[in-house]
Write a protein that binds this ligand. Structure first.
Ligand code: ARG
Length: 704
């Protein structure tokens, strides 16, 4: 018997399954046998009495789970931190446990109200006394951990539980003497598993398989080299004996029905304090502020969900609900994360949602200097499409050249503060780049109820989702906007793939250009080749556009075209010489509409106009996109996605593709300005022209 070791237990006089607060209790209400429970408890009590001093706290009627003394609190030295139960079903146990600790002369600490922490059920000391493992995710709140670190002056390692069957840390994790650890890894998220693996060398980790885990194998009482537990498998027993432990099995089936076993039924109340161990917790907290249609648009729940999904925790400090339909709400939320690394991840996602730090917190921005041309410092902030502001010398500065996947470069010149987005490859040695997530905010307007209803994806010809009328409505709206932009001298950029020509849309695009609706055209080699093929030979990739059938020898057509244009030196030259007299490219040349043809992987060309240096082509694209009010993306996945990345928020994007995946990818910019239309692009263009026609002459019968 170890004289110095004391364990607290509580006899099962009033034990029963009276309610359901964990998955094990489900279906077990009043199904446990009192007689068997008493026998099992007595057996455990006896086993422990032979090895330690067992103290008893008096059971209380009406508090059936009080047998699980592991949840009384957490003890280290002469300090006891009393539990704050998550469920009201157990909160009544708190005063009885508190009284016991006070009677025994412990210094008692209590957590703030509403900050759940369930004692040694969720906090396990490393058996060498080096640190405290603390669980969160179901019963205990991450924010309780810094209190444990402070009051017990010990390092706390936070582990996130993700399987509700293992709702307390001690149901799936058992530190053993000699630095061994018995645990069930799938009960933890990947970050926690990494933490465990960093602290416990592989030869000391004893992994429990699911069949043993669900028999509460990890819920064991370890006294020196003895482990007392419910019945376990032969192989696990061998794993434990091989490294020198003696396993004592004792049946605890009646307590399993309430979701507990050996360890839950005990609390070690003698835990020596080590001299050289001190507080340390990696937990980080930040306060963020959000404004907008937080409830209406679901932004707040998205934000809170992402905090939790990433392994963090939150507390809403303030919430000001906008009462009217059009009024906005504001919230202040304290976010906690188990480490700086996770906090950075959470914060960058929150920034994308429009969260900002409270004013006083973000004065000094974090920047690092570029030391290798074209390479950013490790921790650089990756820009988004949303208008962004950064803190430079304690002032918010608007970022120029906003784009996605860029780096924010800041400079102070002649007292002027500047910030702008740059792409990685353009970075120069000595430039200052934003790193981390502090001092950065994005101005993201949350859509109102009305705006949101127009941002959906419209499917035409897609399985049963849309009615023709709905697509018509969307096209009608696009037509109206095109007209507005044209009449107000705005800019529309079109990116188009060869499918536009193959589907018979060439004639419509030609008209759009001719009538002044298009101000720049972006595409690859193919759109131009097939457009010219159609203009000169009546086919697109060898298919007769009138009859829709392949013509004999048609596969040679596009080569003839490429060769022809190469002979003239450029598309413009062919127009000038009177060789090319109609079509999309012809109209571009005639109307001075700039176009950029970005590369080709096929070796049948390229046209002399095609820019085969992709870096140059990208720069040209970016130049042509600048100042656009609307971008029409017509069936060109590659070019459209490329363009989408270069385009800041606020530019209306209309993406038309027969493939819903392309449309979703592009229209999922989380803002009002993108519309996706899943349909045949030829059909779309035809409808669009009909609508434009209607706007010009509402009573005319159109020829389409
Ligand atoms: N029915 C109890 C509850 O759900 C069981 C507690 C088990 N205790 C433990 N340390 N895991 O709270």
């Amino acid at each position: 018997m170890t004289d110095s070791l004391r364990i607290l237990m509580c006899a099962p006089d009033h034990y029963d399954v009276d309610y359901v607060i964990n998955p094990w209790m489900e279906g077990n209400i009043h199904k446990s046998s009192t007689e068997r429970a008493v026998t099992q408890w007595n057996q455990l009590h006896q086993i422990l009495k032979d090895r330690a001093i067992v103290d008893l706290v008096e059971p209380q009627k009406g508090w059936p789970d009080m047998v699980f003394t592991a949840n009384a609190g957490l003890v280290l030295g002469n300090i006891a931190i009393i539990s704050r139960f998550f469920h009201k079903e157990r909160q009544g146990e708190e005063p009885y446990f508190k009284e016991w600790f006070l009677d025994q002369g412990f210094t008692v600490y209590e957590l703030p109200k509403d900050l759940p922490f369930e004692g040694a059920g969720d906090a396990l000391l490393d058996r060498e006394g080096r640190w405290l493992w603390a669980g969160y995710g179901f019963r205990s709140e991450l924010d309780s951990h810094p209190y444990l670190a402070k009051w017990l002056d010990i390092e706390v390692i936070s582990l996130r539980l993700i399987d509700e069957r293992f709702y307390h840390l001690d149901t799936c994790f058992c530190p053993l003497s000699g630095g061994y650890l018995l645990y069930y890894p799938p009960a933890f998220d990947s970050y926690s598993n990494r933490m465990i693996e960093m602290r416990v060398p592989v030869e000391k980790r004893i992994i429990v398989q699911e069949p043993d885990a669900v028999n509460f194998a990890c819920n064991a009482v370890n006294i020196n080299s003895t482990i007392v537990m419910n019945k376990i498998s032969e192989s696990l027993k061998q794993d434990l004996t091989r490294v020198g432990f003696e396993v004592v099995e004792t049946p605890l089936s009646e307590f399993l029905k309430a979701g507990g076993a050996a360890k839950c039924l005990t609390l070690r109340v003698t835990e020596p304090v080590l001299e050289n161990v001190h507080a340390n917790t990696e937990i980080e907290t930040r306060v963020i502020r959000m404004e907008g249609h937080l409830l209406d648009a679901g932004v707040l729940s998205t934000a809170l969900d992402l905090v939790v999904e990433n392994g963090g925790s939150f507390r809403v400090l303030n919430f000001n609900l906008g009462i009217e339909r059009q009024s906005i709400s504001a919230a202040e939320v304290r976010v906690s994360a188990p480490s700086a690394e996770i906090m950075a991840e959470i914060m960058s996602e929150l920034i994308d949602l429009g969260a900002v730090p409270p004013p006083q917190e973000a004065c000094d921005i974090n920047t690092e200097v570029v030391s290798q041309a074209g390479v950013a410092p490790d921790d650089f902030y990756v820009s988004t499409i949303y208008p962004t502001e950064v803190r430079v010398d304690c002032e918010w500065v608007q970022v120029d050249n906003q784009r996605m996947d860029g780096v924010i470069v800041v400079e102070t010149k002649d007292g002027q503060r500047k910030a702008s987005c740059k792409i990685l490859r353009d970075l120069q040695v000595g430039e200052r780049v934003m790193v981390g997530v502090q001092g950065i905010r994005t101005i993201k307007q949350t859509d109102s109820r009305e705006q949101r209803s127009t941002t959906q994806e419209f499917t035409f010809m897609g399985a049963g989702v849309s009615s023709e009328r709905r697509v018509e409505l969307v096209v009608e709206q696009i037509a109206w906007e095109l007209r507005q932009i044209r009449d107000q001298g705005g800019k529309v950029v079109v990116t188009a793939g060869p499918v536009v020509i193959h589907t018979g849309g060439g004639q419509h695009l030609t008209r759009l250009i001719k009538e002044g609706y298009v101000h720049a055209l972006l595409g690859g080699n193919a759109i131009a080749v097939h457009d010219i093929e159609q203009s000169l030979m009546g086919t697109s990739l060898g298919v007769d556009m009138q009859r829709g059938v392949p013509v004999r020898g048609g596969h040679r057509h596009h080569l003839k075209i490429i060769n022809l244009i190469r002979r003239y030196g450029s598309i413009a030259k062919a127009v000038e010489e009177g060789v090319l007299t109609k079509g999309v490219m012809y109209e571009c040349v005639k109307n001075n509409i700039p176009f950029s043809l970005a590369g080709s992987i096929r070796d049948d060309g390229p046209l002399p106009d095609t820019e085969m240096d992709l870096v140059k082509a990208q720069t040209e694209y970016a130049r042509l996109i600048k100042g656009a009010d609307m971008i029409l993306m017509l069936s060109s996945m590659l070019h459209s996605i490329g363009v989408g990345n270069m385009t800041p928020a606020g530019v209306k994007m209309v993406c038309v593709d027969i493939n819903p995946a392309v449309v979703t990818k592009l229209s999922d910019r989380g803002s009002v300005e993108s519309v996706g239309v899943v349909t045949d692009v030829g059909l779309f263009l035809s409808l669009l022209l009909q609508q434009l026609e209607k706007l010009t002459n509402p009573y005319a019968v159109t020829g389409f």
